[in-house]
Design a protein around this ligand. Sequence first.
Ligand code: URA
Length: 278
Amino acid sequence: MSLSREQMLVEMGVAPLWVLRDQAKPQAAGVAPEAPAVAPAVAPAVAAPAIDVEPPVRAPVQAPPLATPEAPRARPVMVAGSAIAVDALDWPELKAQVAGCRACGLCEQRRQAVFGVGDQNPDWLFIGEGPGADEDVQGEPFVGQAGKLLDNMLAALDISRGNKVYIANAVKCRPPGNRTPEAAEMAACWPYLERQIALLKPKIIVLLGKAAVHAVLHDDKSLASLRGKPFEYAGIPVVVTYHPAYLLRNLPDKSKAWEDLLLARRTLRERATPELPF
Ligand code: URA
């Protein structure tokens, strides 16, 4: 079943679709047109018309300075227990290495390692926590309920997995019982994700949930305190938002996640066309 953009926004809990009057701005090549600039948290009883509706005026948000939570850490280029330097591997070699990895205890109960999925020349890199039961069986990230929501979030941005989008996880093997991966497991898996990022060279990274934030930014503050702020990893802008599984349990926060995705898209566009006078 394919959903319209409005239906997807409803699914995300951020309907109705409001269109700004000044939409005729030049667009960066390959970047989807602007979707709703303001996403009210609560949908009114009567849906707003889709065109020519002045959205509520909102005070401009002062963007905080780019935050770099930590200086680049010493590069753990060797996976624990392996004699192979991961940062020398090309994509197929890296994939093979992950498939046979035994660097932490997660390998004991996995059916397969879940490397990642998508466009190898992406604009967007979404990073989740780790495979769940469905992903462990199918070998692809975000194929369960949380994945359906993630797909709807992507569709609301006019993007999709595999088309300028890559999806990966902080750990490649399913934590038993879908528990949160431990810090040591994320550290053992980090060289793989680090190498994936280096090879993919995404233009924007979206971290889905606390584990992804821990793995990439080494920051353990609450998501509520980190979202809405711009970060950087290796010169790539990073946006933090809630994990789709969390959003399934906390529907009101979907509107915040939508704001985060719009921040990510604005950041991507600004990077793509820094000279445009918006
Ligand atoms: N949750 C994640 O964080 N990753 C997946 O691949 C699936 C669910």
